[in-house]
Design a protein around this ligand. Structure first.
Ligand SMILES: Cc1cc2nc3c(=O)[nH]c(=O)nc-3n(C[C@H](O)[C@H](O)[C@H](O)COP(=O)(O)OP(=O)(O)OC[C@H]3O[C@@H](n4cnc5c(N)ncnc54)[C@H](O)[C@@H]3O)c2cc1C
Ligand code: FES
Ligand code: FES
Length: 466
């Protein structure tokens, strides 16, 4: 049985666990405020809030998801808030009011998604500036109002949900009409829900952001599914120079980890290039590897961090280097019933540098045409260690073995980079497809290798425009 709180009501249901949450909300509960447009996680019309008890059960932490590609099962033990759950008894809440005051709604189809995403910003302790508000609505598309009015409303809210420099607490948000009163009782009600969900099946569903886009109907008929986000585990552990990441960790877990950001400067800028905040809240790192897309951003990043995977089945564990995990197009070193329990890698040191580059048809909310990451250690202007990956130019996310071998012991200068590009060209095999011709992708890979060096070593590298 799945048990969770939907707005102010406890739900206990034996409905098909793999149905999408949006279908349960709209068809089973008749709450039609949550809209469906793309059913692929791309537009944000179906955005709902998910509240989870913090580890010490002292508060409820909220984030957004797109409910069209999330399973009903993943709602277990949580507080799901739809646009109806934000309504006040006799007046508009502050988020609705702000959208109204700024003329930020026209046909209104996208509006419930924006209301939920903006309200979530107000509730989210980790968000307290305009950039974070823009992140919060980054996955919401409006096709008629125009974004200026919506962004004006959003900016107004950033100011209005704080007092004397401090973000409103839950109690203040209730008092100032941002959210209804019942939010105050959610923490205690969540504690009463049986959060121990018996794992059953073997076929893994994590965030569902790949599976539900491709196989939503098939999943409805698939018995024996294992919803791993319901399992417990600390997502990220940093000890000395090693970072270990659980198979359950989401992209947002990486995004919010302060120590990881200290060790990998610009990490948040890199991760912002992976879809929207709502998708990052669901998408797991392990799911990105197993999907094995040649342009997976997590694959490119963790190849360049030379990650090792711990692969498990029951009591048996084995270790596989990520660079050996990808065998051929969508063929990976993972047997039926095995799962990625965790991965780990050595963190960049003060002598080493990390960079990630991605070119897509649109800068944001798009998958890569070509992506690449590098982790490079330099002493006395000589390269002493390098790991380098590139995606979109081969059947797999590619670790560039030959280019790395070439770079070791070389000085950082223009000639080294030019020669490295020649070596790279011998080990990539781009093909033409909807994202670009083979020649274009080769050119991109070449330019992005230059971009790594220009960004990381601006004093040593000076390319002319050719
Ligand atoms: C709108 C949208 C935008 C996107 N944009 C990007 C983007 O910019 N860049 C990008 O790289 N990707 C993007 N993706 C793809 C997707 O979000 C990622 O690949 C994500 O990391 C997949 O993780 P998940 O947890 O959702 O996987 P799921 O869909 O749950 O699972 C994917 C596969 O991995 C398997 N799996 C999951 N976890 C494990 C585990 N621990 N052990 C073994 N097998 C496992 C599942 O069985 C399944 O086969 C986007 C997706 C959407 C819907
Ligand atoms: S309907 Fe478009 S994101 Fe869900
Ligand atoms: S108001 Fe019409 S799509 Fe946004």
């Amino acid at each position: 049985m799945i048990e969770f709180i939907l707005n102010d009501k406890i739900i206990r249901t034996n409905a098909n666990k793999s149905m999408t949450l949006v279908d349960f909300i709209r068809e089973n509960r008749n709450l039609k405020g949550t809209k469906i447009v793309c059913r692929e996680g791309d537009c944000g019309a179906c955005t709902v809030m998910v509240g989870e008890l913090s580890a010490n059960q002292s508060s409820v932490k909220y984030h957004t998801i797109t409910s069209c590609i999330s399973s009903l099962a993943n709602a277990h033990g949580q507080h799901i808030v739809t646009v109806e759950g934000l309504n006040l008894a006799n007046k508009l809440n502050q988020v609705q009011q702000s959208l109204k005051d700024n003329y930020a709604s026209q046909c209104g189809f996208c509006t419930p998604g924006f209301v939920v995403a903006m309200a979530n910003y107000c509730l989210n302790d980790n968000a307290d500036n305009e950039q974070q508000m823009l992140d919060a609505i980054s996955g919401n598309i409006c096709r008629c109002t125009g974004y200026v009015a919506i962004i004006n409303a959003a900016k107004e809210l950033v100011e209005n949900c704080r007092e004397q420099g401090k973000k409103y607490t839950l109690e203040q948000l209730i008092k100032h009409n941002f959210i209804p009163k019942y939010f105050a009782s959610i923490k205690n009600n969540l504690k009463k829900i049986q959060s121990d969900y018996q794992r059953s099946g073997e076929k893994i569903i994590a965030g569902g952001t790949d599976l539900y886009v491709q196989q939503a109907d098939t999943l409805l008929q698939t018995p024996n599914l294992r919803y791993i986000t319901l399992e417990q585990g600390q997502p990220i552990i940093i000890e000395n120079d090693t970072c270990s990441i659980s198979g359950l960790a989401t992209v947002t877990d990486l995004f919010e980890n302060q120590e990881l950001q200290n060790r990998i400067p610009h990490l948040q800028d890199f991760l912002r290039l992976l879809s929207s905040e709502a998708i990052r809240n669901m998408a797991t790192v392990a799911g990105n590897f197993v999907n094995a897309s040649p342009i997976g951003d997590m694959s490119a990043i963790f190849l360049a961090l030379d990650a090792t995977l711990l692969i498990s089945h029951k009591d048996k564990n084995r270790e596989v280097k990520l660079k050996n995990f990808f065998i051929d197009y969508k063929k990976i070193d993972l047997k039926e019933n095995e799962s990625i329990a965790k991965l780990w890698f050595k963190l960049p040191t003060k002598n080493s540098h990390f960079n990630f580059e991605k070119v897509s048809k649109r800068k944001h909310l798009d998958i890569a045409t070509v992506n690449t990451a590098i982790h490079i250690e330099v002493k006395d202007n000589k390269i002493v260690h390098c790991d380098l990956s590139v995606g979109g130019v081969a059947a797999i996310p590619k670790f560039l073995n030959k280019t790395v071998d070439f770079l070791i012991d070389k000085e950082i200068n223009n000639d080294t980079v030019k020669q490295a590009i020649d070596v790279m060209n011998t080990e990539i095999t781009p093909i033409s497809d909807v994202r670009g011709t083979a020649e274009y992708k080769r050119l991109l890979a070449n330019q992005l290798l230059k971009a790594h060096f220009i960004k990381l070593f601006p004093k040593s590298i000076l390319f002319d425009a050719t």
